[in-house]
Design a binder for this molecule. Structure first.
Ligand SMILES: Cc1ncc(COP(=O)(O)O)c(C=O)c1O
Length: 342
């Protein structure tokens, strides 16, 4: 596939068995993780007076899911290693704080200091581990809890070429699994159009403004509808050979490490140790300057590689300090081929 993120179908391994380690957990299936967020707010009776604490490096869809319920969103800082500082968070927690989210960026799981966990427990704050990007890491670690959380959400489709599907753990009341066929088909159709544009070499006509930071327009986050394919979705997931998928990703990541560590104008965002403990979704770099970042970005886009800056910000939260210098590379061999040839 030209522009799909995550591994391609041909790289995914299936095995003829219904044995699957991770499926023994109490999981609920959604079309998107944003729908799980809507349910978390509802099940926990979060209202307009409650405060929600979020990282300030975050996709607009998460904020849009919360805003109709409460406008009291407080942001904690994320640094250029995509980590938080415990003291920043501690200062923000009040007796109105109802929920806090920790994001596992690009596959690397966040660690939480013990004293912060104790404070969150004492204040009865709902902890959400947002592993939207880290599905393969949490599967590879058999959903091992490295800190205490009430909810885990993870978007399968950001790691595998399924185009939709999210798994969440935690109390969702009586909510039944639901994955929408309509959304899956719609997203496959969009992907087909994008690939056609790339095949025809027309992508440069659509990427003129690619280096401008994008701020999302307000969108209402709805629960998806249509024909429910949750059972089919699970049947496919349970047959994937996760060990092999993770191993292949790790080999590729090693090749990226060899190429990207020790360069003068940028650095991989994560340390070798963090990378080794994870199965990366994508490979983020941090540049000394925006000019250098944009140079590499344009080169990759011109070669039909879907490198991206992340995220699309919300108007109430624009962390341009990070956005200006981050480039996220899809983990595929073509990236290395293109960059090695210049
Ligand atoms: C960190 C994070 N959490 C949650 C979401 C929402 O995930 P989904 O697209 O499955 O609704 C996103 C979306 O990009 C995200 O980046």
């Amino acid at each position: 596939m030209l522009v799909s993120r995550g591994c391609s179908i041909s790289e995914m391994s299936f095995r003829p068995t219904t044995k699957f380690g991770f499926a023994t957990q109490n999981m609920t299936y959604f079309t998107y993780s944003r729908e799980a967020i809507l349910d978390i707010l509802e099940v926990n009776h979060i209202g307009e007076d409650d405060e929600i604490v979020l990282p300030n490096y975050l996709c607009s869809t998460v904020i849009e899911s919360i805003l109709p319920v409460t406008k009291k969103i407080i942001f904690y800082d994320i640094n250029s290693h995509l980590m938080h500082k415990q003291s920043d968070i501690t200062k923000l927690l009040t007796d109105k704080t109802k929920l806090i989210m920790f994001v596992d960026y690009f596959g690397v799981e966040t660690q939480l200091e013990r004293s912060l966990q104790v404070q969150l427990e004492n204040q009865d704050i709902i902890v959400v581990k947002d592993s939207a990007h880290a599905f393969l890491s949490v599967v590879n670690n058999s959903f091992h809890k490295n800190y205490n959380y009430d909810y885990l959400i993870t978007s399968v489709y950001k790691n595998l070429p399924f185009q939709a599907g999210s798994i969440a753990i935690g109390n969702f009341g009586q909510r039944a699994d639901f994955v929408s066929l309509y959304i899956v088909l719609k997203r496959f159709a969009v992907l087909a159009i994008k690939n056609t544009i790339c095949i025809l070499g027309l992508q440069r006509f659509f990427t003129e403004k690619v280096c401008e930071m994008s701020i999302s327009n307000a969108i209402k986050i709805n629960r998806s509808n249509g024909f429910n394919i949750a059972s089919l979705y699970k049947a496919i997931l349970f047959r994937i050979d996760w060990v092999r998928v993770a191993a292949e990703k790790k080999v590729l990541t090693q090749q990226f490490n060899s190429f990207f560590f020790g360069r003068p104008t940028f650095r991989p965002i994560f340390t070798r140790e963090q990378i080794e403990m994870s199965v990366l979704q994508d490979y983020p770099l941090y540049f000394d300057s925006q000019t250098e970042r944009d140079r590499m970005w344009k080169l990759l886009i011109d070669n039909s590689i879907d490198a991206y800056t992340w995220p699309t910000f919300h108007r109430i939260n624009c962390n341009d300090k990070l956005w200006n210098k981050v480039l996220v590379l899809p983990l595929n061999k073509k990236v290395l081929k293109v960059l090695q040839s210049v």
